[in-house]
Design a protein around this ligand. Structure first.
Ligand code: PGA
Length: 248
């Protein structure tokens, strides 16, 4: 199954507390951490907890740098429902993070290749990403790396799988065309020191079972992270429902 750490918690809220604790451990002694936060429903309780700790003085996130994981092509932070829009709302604005500390794909740019190059450069200039926070799609995608993806890929424009196009509607208030995305590739993600893969809810149980216990191949992109030495899988009991082994 791989030697990654697996943690199974009773609820998403308990999980969020423990992942926030883990952040403090992983970033201890790192002066200017570089963190890559996924948008999406799953990490939202974690972001609320990080904001709460920052605002209460229990944790100081003011020196953190952030790099965007992915964005819908045709959108940026000005578009309600975009990846950046959610992260502004849940993380960057409540933390008071300045634009100089964030590198994020502008999916409205007419030069997306330049956006990708700038993102790779931003990461390179800071050495490595310290922590990448990931969700998982019900089709096994990681960021917008869809089934069939290249494990070595860097940042690039991708065509979205029909499941992503359908499930992605939940982030928007009106029906939205979602055909392409711009995303960090698995090659870039795999260069991070720590990868936290998060999943909650029974609707993720089947794909979590495939990602952790099924064959390692590009049909389930999340399975391609299994041999990463810094992988930690954080799931709740709902998402763990089909696993054949007990968490640590
Ligand atoms: P979710 O998205 O956290 O909203 O379920 C996960 C993903 O598609 O990567």
């Amino acid at each position: 199954m791989g030697s990654f750490k697996l943690s199974i918690d009773a609820t998403p809220e308990i999980m969020a507390m423990k992942v926030a604790d883990r952040f403090s451990q992983c970033l201890e002694g790192v002066k200017t951490p570089l963190v890559c936060p996924a948008s999406g429903t799953t990490p939202a309780p974690l972001y609320h907890e990080l904001v709460r700790r920052h605002q209460s003085g229990a944790m100081d996130l003011s020196a953190w740098y952030f790099v965007g994981l992915d964005e819908w092509v045709g959108m940026n932070g000005g578009d309600e429902g975009s990846c950046r829009w959610w992260l502004d709302k849940d993380l960057f604005l409540p933390l008071g993070i300045g634009e100089d500390r964030i590198c994020f794909f502008d999916g409205r740019s007419d030069d997306l290749a330049a956006q990708c190059a700038a993102t790779e450069r931003f990461i390179e200039q800071r050495g490595k990403m310290d922590v990448v926070i990931l969700g998982i799609g019900t089709n096994g995608h990681i960021a917008m790396n869809e089934p069939g993806t290249d494990v070595m890929a860097g940042s690039r424009v991708v065509s979205l799988h029909p499941t992503t196009q359908t499930v992605g509607q939940k982030y928007f208030t009106t029906q939205t065309v979602l055909e392409k995305g711009v995303s960090l590739g698995l090659g870039t993600i795999r260069e991070a020191r720590h990868i936290f893969l998060l999943a909650t809810g029974e609707h993720k149980a089947s794909i979590i079972q495939q990602a952790l216990e099924g064959p390692v191949n590009a049909d389930v992109p999340a399975s391609l992270l299994r041999d990463h030495p810094g992988l930690e899988v954080w799931i709740d009991e709902g998402a763990a429902g089909r696993l054949g082994r007990t968490g640590l």
